[in-house]
Design a protein around this ligand. Structure first.
Ligand code: ARG
Ligand code: GLU
Length: 707
């Protein structure tokens, strides 16, 4: 009896709610958060945020181009997102004579708006819990495979029954590791046009130097417009399409805000893992991130040297360098954050308590020992996988050659399609390729690969080639001298050959042949066992999460992000990054001038902006005698939340999310309210740039401003 009481007490102690401001909540269940949100400053009702019966905030939000968020800011389909989210399209329309990256772009009227091939946006129409249907016929005695087959069948039946109007998309996503299933129905628009973008000196101000950093002064925004058929329904691109008339659009607030004011974010976070077993976190901290950071250090160092020596190389490698550096910096922050928070130790403490609770409960009491067993195998494969992606496949020429694999084997894609694709791919590849950088990278990365991957997992073909050449340097020399993949002419000639000639050429190419042997070996020796293990681990997580929910009945469990629409809420707040320093939550235009430096590429602002600041010509966008530029808040966000609206308690737009501080990126695994901050550009700075810098004030007339 006494023991029972002690256990119950313990249980109560561990039943911690989600920490203040932590969580990415499902819109359809937002009602359960209302009391908390309203107590913190929300003035709206759950129906104002998500409703399937009437227009609500959800109808102003889209997933943009598969990986970002955007929002409607006019009743003529005008969309606001980040500059870095629109970058591919801004770049695609840029030429040497019309360099929209450098100078910005502003359509003076709808006729000048630029169609964007391949760009799609989608609205969530509704989300519905279909757990019961998805699990129909699933029993506890089924094997993992039987269960999966059954669920897939059920899912297919649900999707089939969902009447599919043209322009809609439906998918079923699992939440809480397969404990719940939701049907998501979307409306997809593919005629989306570029309306405006500031010069990169504003849209990417601070470049990679400031990326993930506070204080920040980036005007990271661009504007697009959704077009629809005359009936306002989704339609393929056609010159005669008209601006989409949405159910609703966001109102913009110019009133400003203060520290501690309530904010929330509506958007599409990509992926988080908040419920990991301790050993999975230990892997990130002790192996995964350190190895990946080190391998990217090497690549960045080689790129940097090449880019410093030559202007053409700098241009070729700008985007590649940015992409490599982005995750590199994020992983460092995550590593630092998880170490500081002692996440591994905290997870272990929780697991000890869970084990005591689970003792004697057959459903749960073998979970932790099985996690321990599976993870001890898993981490071996995971480490090899990291080297495969970050070392082997990071060699540009290998990745490029890999794209030709379907030509040498069986492929479902028709030959003519394959050839057409590879021609485009080849043009893109050589446009931005510097063989000297890649040759050096190859040597450095293969050296690391051979040194750190356990002998049993090194492809025999690679070992042989290495031994045969005598050294990694000699191996790389041979590969680069003899392969056809370093020569655009040779590749184009290959693409003109007959099918049998092509196969012969490819299989005789030393680089392609080596890639193929390594890849076959890797798939069998690493990828397959890894996937099998991961499937077993995921099945454990399903039970573990159900167990945790029973063990901590008062804790608010939110599902990990999985690229579905979510709401995060918190408040505008500064933070203390290191002892004795407090970061204020708002940056201003004076900060841009402090960083301004014509000699430093990342900090060289347009002259027009200098002139405006000198004249203090801030117009209606000023607050307290300056223009607010960016701010930070405690909203729990991740990659994919770029472009998400930051809203005030009335649901009015006050900013545009575009980043987190790098010290807070561990929030994908553990959120810390003291330090985790999202970074947004202030809507007043966005409007200031549109109005004063770009002179595109005509766009303001279609926006709605809150009174
Ligand atoms: N860190 C942000 C994100 O994760 C912005 C990346 C683009 N900006 C840059 N300077 N590379 O996507
Ligand atoms: N820049 C990120 C994005 O593109 C958002 C930053 C983050 O929170 O990871 O989604």
């Amino acid at each position: 009896m006494k023991q029972r009481i002690i256990w119950n007490l313990l249980l109560l102690l561990c039943a911690a709610p989600a920490k203040a401001d932590e969580g990415m909540w499902l819109p359809s269940l937002i009602g359960a958060r209302m009391a908390d949100m309203q107590a913190k400053g929300l003035k709206l009702s759950a129906d104002d945020i998500y409703s399937i019966n009437r227009a609500c905030l959800k109808d102003a939000i889209v997933q943009f181009d598969g990986g970002c968020t955007a929002e409607l800011i006019s009743d003529k389909g005008l969309l606001l997102t980040n500059h870095h989210c629109g970058l591919d399209y801004i770049q695609a329309h840029s030429t040497e004579t019309h360099d929209y990256l450098k100078n910005g772009f502003w359509a003076a009227n709808p006729g000048e708006e630029l169609p964007c091939k391949g760009l799609r946006v989608r609205f969530l129409m509704h989300m519905t819990d279909v757990t019961a249907q998805a699990l129909k016929g699933v029993t506890a005695r089924m094997t993992g495979t039987e269960r999966t087959v059954r669920i897939n069948k059920n899912k297919a039946a649900i999707l089939k029954a969902e009447t599919k109007e043209p322009g809609t998309q439906a998918s079923i996503e699992s939440l809480y590791y397969g404990n719940r299933f939701y049907l998501f129905v979307y409306r997809v628009f593919d005629d989306v046009r570029l309306v405006g973008a500031p010069p990169s000196a504003i849209g990417k101000f601070g470049g990679d130097t400031d990326n993930w950093i506070w204080p920040r002064h980036t005007g990271d925004f661009s504007l697009f417009r959704i077009y629809a058929g005359k009936d306002n329904q989704p339609a393929e691109y056609a010159p005669g399409n008209v601006a989409y008339r949405p159910k609703t659009s966001l109102r913009i607030s110019l009133k400003g805000f203060r520290e501690n004011d309530f904010t929330f974010i509506y958007g599409v976070p990509g992926r988080t893992s908040e419920y990991l077993y301790s050993e999975a976190v230990r892997y990130i901290v002790e192996s995964g991130n350190p190895a990946k950071i080190r391998l990217r250090d090497i690549r960045l160092r080689i790129m940097k040297a090449g880019m410093e020596n030559d202007v053409a190389t700098r241009i070729k490698y700008t985007a590649k360098q940015a992409a490599v550096a982005n995750a590199w910096k994020k992983w460092q922050g995550e590593l630092k954050g998880l170490t500081r928070l002692k996440t591994v130790e905290k997870k272990q403490a929780l697991e000890t308590q869970f084990a005591a609770w689970a003792a004697g409960k057959p459903e749960y009491d073998t979970l932790l020992p099985r996690f321990a067993e599976y993870y001890s195998n898993w981490k071996v494969y995971a480490a090899v996988r990291d080297y495969q992606t970050e070392a082997f496949n990071a060699i540009e020429i290998i990745r490029y050659a890999a794209a030709f694999a379907p030509l040498a084997g069986k492929s479902d894609t028709p030959d003519t399609t394959l050839i057409r694709r590879l021609r485009t791919h080849t043009a893109d590849f050589f446009k931005d390729y510097a063989p000297a950088i890649d040759r050096q990278t190859c040597e450095a990365l293969l050296t690391e690969y051979l040194r750190h991957v356990p002998a049993a997992f090194i492809p025999p073909a690679l070992n042989d080639a290495h031994r045969h050449s005598g050294s990694v340097a000699a191996l790389c020399d041979t590969l680069y001298a003899r392969t056809l993949f370093t020569s655009r002419e040779a590749v184009e000639q290959l693409l003109r050959q007959t099918k049998s000639e092509r196969t012969r050429t490819l299989l005789h190419d030393p680089l392609f042949a080596l890639y193929r042997q390594c890849d076959n070996f890797y798939k069998e020796a690493v990828e397959e066992p890894y996937r099998a293990l991961q499937a077993r681990i995921d099945a454990l997580y399903r039970d573990y999460l159900r167990g945790l929910m029973a063990f901590q009945p008062h804790r608010d469990f939110y599902p990990d992000a999985n690229a579905t629409l979510r709401i995060a809420y918190g408040k505008v707040a500064g933070y203390t990054p290191v002892n004795a320093v407090y970061y204020l939550p708002q940056s201003t235009i004076e900060g841009i001038m402090e960083k301004d430096n014509p000699d430093i590429y990342d900090y060289n602002i347009p002259q027009r902006l200098r002139d405006i600041v000198a004249a203090r010509d801030y117009g209606r966008w000023a607050g307290h005698g300056t223009v607010p530029v960016a701010f930070i808040a405690t909203n729990h966000t991740t990659g994919g939340n770029s472009g998400s609206p930051v809203l005030n308690g009335n649901g009015e737009l006050i900013g545009l999310n575009f980043d987190r501080t790098w010290e807070s990126t561990m929030s994908d695994v553990e959120y810390d309210p003291a330090i985790c901050r999202n970074i947004a550009v202030d809507i007043r700075y966005v409007l200031f740039v549109i109005d004063k810098v770009a002179g595109a004030d005509y766009l303001l007339h279609e926006m709605n401003f809150a009174l």
